[in-house]
Write a protein that binds this ligand. Structure first.
Ligand SMILES: Nc1nc2c(ncn2[C@@H]2O[C@H](COP(=O)(O)OP(=O)(O)OP(=O)(O)O)[C@@H](O)[C@H]2O)c(=O)[nH]1
Ligand SMILES: [Mg+2]
Length: 468
């Protein structure tokens, strides 16, 4: 059995390393070259699975984390308490037999520059963000295979300028790295907070997958009765359907933190007794994150290879359009020059000059006109380049929602690349890159998916899925 688990462990790890290797070898160089990403893509997936907690201020994010860990790692309080992004991870050097505590802290500047961590891409958010970013190591078994990110509570009254960095962008960047996202609400502000609206309507749909986002209505012990809770729940559902535009309501876990209410008398113990507190379920979900991590890695590979091929396809279409346009301009110029120089030659010939001189006049006027035409053609070409930039949608086919989503995420990148290069790049190279990325998209991802299903179907043993 032990041998079996060893084998399975190795298999999982080698599959994981293979995926990272493909990203490193095929995707990253292309992504960096065309401005698809500013940092190597694999830097975001090399680390352990990440669980992101977001939600209204005082919805109980930090309390929930403390409860998971059985230790006061994060500060809690009724007012907006914590305006930092805190990565909380395990400490392999300190025994979990000792009392659970924070064993090491690192500040943002160190964290953002340490290649051991996947946060290099967050450097662009500036100094102010760096001072609101930190890491805590805790000697807890709970954190052996995962890291949890606690975030500043979402507010109504604050603007990006007040925060000093782009809050939604930071949430989006971390969401992109996360394997699980818990969105917490509380009965006092059930889906009504402005920043939460923006995150759920714009940030998360662009940066993560629907199935990774889990909704939690926390602090339900504060509802005065079951009727009160039903009203709060109804309000939250209505708000969520307005925000997400979905007709089906996602699963909303009802929960409350026993440690937070233990010193207070519950308003109506009766109604809580009939409800299943989902704290334990949430804990299980968080602990199972490494299980979905491999799947998420393949989704990462699929998503980025599809989007990068879409980007390259757009650049190829640009080149083709430009080529067609330049060819037409050349033909027009040649015909016109031929006509004028022919006319000039004939004029000379019938005007009494001998045939040699007339031919020379025709030839030199043709050459001169063609020379003039190349200058005019350059102007036409740069005008056409601007026209294409103003109608970028004409470079792609958007026949389904996936293509539209992909286009929305790469349109800006295509525009920047075309502006930067002024359209002067090698079509041959783009085609070569396109075929190698398409190969990953068509073949490698399929093989990895098969590899994962093989592992899970043959050995449905939980232990082996744990990441090293
Ligand atoms: N009654 C009750 N109080 C809770 C519960 N969870 C948290 N609290 C209390 O609510 C307050 C806010 O909790 P925090 O954990 O600080 O909330 P937070 O979401 O981290 O808040 P910010 O960091 O400010 O965004 C604290 O006083 C907690 O004791 C709960 O389930 N029930
Ligand atoms: Mg907090």
């Amino acid at each position: 059995m032990f041998k079996d688990n060893m084998y399975k462990d190795n298999y999982i790890n080698s599959l994981r390393n293979d995926i990272i290797e493909v990203v490193e070898e095929y995707l990253s160089p292309v992504a960096l070259n065309y401005g698809y990403s500013e940092v190597p893509l694999e830097s975001g997936i090399k680390w352990k699975p990440i669980v992101l907690l977001i939600g209204n201020y005082s919805s109980g994010k930090s309390t929930l984390i403390n409860e998971f860990l059985g230790c006061e790692v994060q500060m809690t309080g009724q007012a907006p308490t914590d305006d930092s992004f805190t990565i909380i991870t395990g400490d392999s050097h300190t025994s979990s037999d000792e009392e659970t505590r924070v064993t090491e802290e690192r500040d943002g500047k160190v964290l953002l520059n340490d290649p051991e961590y996947p946060f290099e891409s967050l450097k662009k958010h500036g100094q102010k963000f760096a001072s609101h970013f930190r890491l805590k190591k805790v000697n807890s078994d709970f954190l052996n295979n995962i890291a949890i990110v606690d975030t500043p509570g979402m507010l109504d009254s604050i603007s990006e300028r007040d925060r000093g960095y782009n809050y939604q962008e930071v949430i989006g960047d971390i969401a992109q790295l996360a394997d699980l996202i818990l969105v917490l609400f509380d009965p006092h502000k059930a889906g009504t907070v402005r920043e939460a609206h923006i995150s759920l309507r714009e940030t998360l749909p662009e940066r993560t997958f629907e199935e990774r986002v889990h909704y939690v209505l926390n602090r339900i012990d504060e509802c005065s009765s079951l009727t009160d809770l039903l009203q709060v729940f109804g309000t939250l559902c209505w708000n969520l359907s307005q925000i997400t535009g979905r007709k089906d309501i996602p699963v909303i876990h009802l929960s409350y933190s026993k440690s937070a209410v233990k010193n207070k008398t519950l308003n109506d113990e009766g109604f809580l007794k009939h409800l299943d507190n989902r704290h334990e379920k949430l804990k299980e979900t968080v602990l199972k994150t490494p299980h979905s991590h491999l799947d998420n890695l393949v989704s990462f590979l699929e998503l980025h290879s599809t989007r990068i091929s879409h980007l390259l396809e757009t650049l190829i279409n640009y080149k083709k359009k430009m080529k067609r346009h330049n060819f037409k301009t050349f033909i027009r110029g040649s015909v016109l020059s031929l006509f004028i120089s022919g006319f000039a030659g004939c004029y000379c010939f019938f005007g009494g000059y001998d045939s040699e001189i007339s031919a020379l006049v025709a030839f030199s006027s043709f050459s001169f006109l063609m020379f003039l035409w190349t200058i005019v053609a350059k102007m036409f070409s740069s005008k056409y380049h601007d026209t294409i930039l103003s109608e970028l949608d004409s470079l792609t086919i958007l026949n389904n929602q996936t293509r539209e989503d992909s286009w929305n995420s790469i349109k800006g990148i295509a525009e920047t690349y075309l502006k930067k290069t002024k359209g002067k790049f090698s079509l041959k190279k783009v085609k070569k890159d396109f075929s190698s990325i398409e190969y990953v998209d068509m073949n490698e991802t399929k093989e990895f998916r098969e590899g994962i299903s093989e592992v899970t179907s043959i050995h449905p043993d939980e232990k082996f899925l744990q990441m090293k």
